[in-house]
Design a binder for this molecule. Sequence first.
Ligand SMILES: [Mg+2]
Length: 367
Amino acid sequence: MDAAALERHRIAEVGTATIASVYPRTVGRNSFRGSHGNGGRHEVIVLTTDRGHVGWGPPLGPVGDARRFVGRPVAELIDPGLGVAEEALPLDCALHDLAGVILDLPVHRMLGARGSTALPVYSGAIYLDDLDPAEAPAGISAVERNLALDAAAGYRDFKLKLGRGYRWMSRAEGLARDIEVTRLTRERYPDARILVDANDGYSIHDAAEYIAATADVGLYWMEETFAERLEDLLELRRLIDEHSPSTLIADGEYRPNVPVVTKFAAQGLIDVLLMDVLDYGLTAWRRIMPTVIEAGAAISPHAWGWPLKTLYAAQIGAGLGSASIVEGVPGTTTGIDASAYRFEDGILTLPERPGFGLPLTSDAIRR
Ligand SMILES: [Mg+2]
């Protein structure tokens, strides 16, 4: 790539635009949080260079006074081979997009093109909707309906939320429902990869019961069974090795202590690392990747709850490799043209378009 091209572009303007995530249905509770709603509006950063090239992306944390970037050569803010300079980390996504646009390079190529550009994407939207409405809970038919809706939208693999007994039901009832939903999903979708996620709502005793009761389901992975602790992870590994040896342990999503979770990965206690697309960021993922590879772990950057984050997670997977499946947030994003991405039969195929390949449209309110 002609990285020198980035020397010739200076940031002329740092603006904002508003996009919105739109879910196909209201998404209910997980193990500890109430309704996840219908989507939401997001303010994103729009960078324009003195030569008229545009890149955009959600900010990573507070941007502060954006005027400090005006006049700066793009080459000072991002090295396409490494990522974004420390001072410009809030612009991580926008600068990757902009550098891709200037260099006529898709982000996944800038990241190294180490993975496939056609990646399985699971539905991450199978929440605890059986518990709502609170006054007359729908029961598991609500979960069946959600599975059917997402299957009709092209998903072939599903992640089930678990942990009903953490806050919403008694421990025994919650665990029984978690098991029932898991078994039912396997019955209805014999070929699906089934992922499960307790959002840290299980004890090791819950996990032991659940794993024994679903041993024949062939779970693809167990995510955030409990907060990452050495003794519990050792026991989880032992239980999985005994009952369901092909099941992966996925963790590192919620407020991860990254040095600790990568150490657990190196010890064989976490198989898939989940740090968030935006909270952690592209540049951080690029920096940690040699450690992840050395640990022998896989990656699947956390993408809930923006459909856009699914596309970014797929770009990271296609770029950095080691991603066997991507978290899908069903729905659409207003204000962007995502039509170059194809999703069919459970597989998302990335475009060979510069940057993220996601131009803003006139619906994105520019300011
Ligand atoms: Mg999760």
